[in-house]
Design a protein around this ligand. Structure first.
Ligand code: GTP
Ligand code: MG
Length: 289
C-alpha cells in the first residue's frame, strides 16, 4: 500500500517499522517487496477510511484536511454537535468528505458512528485538533499491510513524543497503562492515545460500547482479549492548535479504569476466534487470562 504525503510517496513496504506487542516486545520490519514476490499480478490494494470526530474544530480542521495523504478511499467527518462552522469548512476544503451526523455527546459515540459508516478495508481514526500528524497515517497502513490487525500509535515508543501531555495526564496514562499491562499481560508503551488503525473486518470482535474518551482503552483491551495481532507505531503528539480540550483527566481517567477492569473481570475472557483468517508470523494471540 502506498500513500503520498505532501506529494512525496511513502513506500510503506520499505519504511514501516513496527513495534509489535508480543510477550517480550520486539521490533518487526517486513521484508521489502514481499507483497510482490512470486505473484503473477499485484494483489488488490486495501482501501483506507479515515474517521475524524469533530466538535467545534472550525479553526483546526483545515490544517488536518490540507495535510492528508493522497490515496485515501474516504474521509469521514463525524459531527452533529458543533455550534461553529466545522462542517462547512470541511466541506469547502474537501468536497468529497462524508459527513456523519451524530448528535449524541461523546468521542466514543462519534467514533462508533464513523466506524459503522466506513467502507474501507482499513479504518484509521485521527483527532481533528491538529495534535496528530496526518503524515503518520502511512505508518498505520504499513503496519496493517505487514499483517497487524490493530495498530496503536505510541508517544512513548522510540521515535515518538509529545509536547501536549501534562504531568497529571502522563501520570494517569502511566497508571492506566500499567494496569492494562499487568491485567492483560501486555507490554504496551502507551494507552490513552487515540491515533489507531485497524482492519474493518475486526470491528465486530471489538464489540465497542463506550461513549466517551474511554473508547480508546476499550478498543485496545478488546483487541487484546479478541486475540488480535496488535502493533505499536511511534507517533508524535502536538498541542491542539486552537480551542480547548474536551477531556477531563479525572472524570475520563476513572471511566477508562472502569472500562479496563470491566473488560478484564466482567466480560467473557474467551478470545474470539475469527475462522479462516491466517495469522501472520508476528501474531501472538492474547490470552487475556
Ligand atoms: N463528534 C464529536 N467529536 C468529539 C466529541 N468530543 C470530542 N470530540 C473530538 O474528538 C477529538 C479529541 O478531543 P479533544 O478535545 O482534542 O481531546 P484530547 O485530544 O484528549 O484533549 P487535548 O489533548 O487537550 O486536545 C477532537 O477531534 C474533538 O473535536 C463529541 O462529543 N462529538
Ligand atoms: Mg486533542
Amino acid at each position: 500500500m502506498t500513500l503520498h504525503a505532501n506529494n512525496a510517496p511513502l513506500d510503506l513496504d520499505m519504511d514501516v517499522d513496527v513495534v509489535t506487542w508480543t510477550p517480550g516486545t520486539r521490533r518487526f520490519a517486513p521484508r521489502a517487496g514481499e507483497h510482490a514476490a512470486g505473484l503473477q499480478a499485484a494483489p488488490p490494494q486495501p482501501t483506507v477510511s479515515l474517521v475524524v470526530p469533530t466538535m467545534n474544530e472550525e479553526r483546526n480542521i483545515g490544517w488536518l484536511l490540507e495535510r492528508l495523504p493522497e490515496g485515501l478511499h474516504e474521509v469521514i467527518l463525524v459531527d452533529g454537535r458543533s455550534t461553529d462552522a466545522t462542517v462547512e469548512v470541511a466541506r469547502r476544503l474537501r468536497p468529497d468528505i462524508r459527513v456523519v451526523l451524530e448528535r449524541r455527546p461523546g468521542k466514543g459515540v462519534a467514533l462508533r458512528a464513523g466506524f459503522a459508516a466506513a467502507e474501507g478495508d482499513y479504518i484509521v481514526m485521527i483527532d481533528a485538533d491538529g495534535s496528530m500528524d496526518p503524515s503518520e497515517i502511512g505508518r498505520f497502513v504499513g503496519a496493517l499491510d505487514a499483517g497487524c490487525d490493530f495498530v496503536k500509535g505510541s508517544r512513548f515508543a522510540p521515535g515518538g513524543g509529545s509536547t501536549d501531555i501534562s504531568v497529571i495526564r502522563q501520570l494517569g496514562n502511566e497508571a492506566l497503562m500499567t494496569a492494562v499491562n499487568v491485567l492483560y499481560r501486555t507490554e504496551f508503551s502507551d494507552l490513552c492515545y487515540g491515533y489507531i488503525g485497524f482492519r474493518r473486518d475486526k470491528l465486530g470482535v471489538l464489540r465497542l460500547q463506550s461513549d466517551g474518551f474511554e473508547i480508546e482503552t476499550e478498543m485496545i483491551t478488546r483487541a487484546v482479549t479478541a486475540g488480535l495481532s496488535i502493533g505499536e507505531v511511534a507517533s508524535f503528539e502536538s498541542e491542539r492548535r486552537y480551542g480547548t480540550s474536551n477531556l477531563n483527566a479525572w472524570r475520563d481517567g476513572r471511566r477508562a479504569l472502569k472500562t479496563l477492569l470491566h473488560g478484564r473481570f466482567v466480560l467473557p475472557q474467551t478470545p474470539v476466534v475469527v475462522s479462516g483468517v491466517p495469522q501472520p508470523e508476528v501474531a501472538v494471540a492474547a490470552t487475556g487470562a
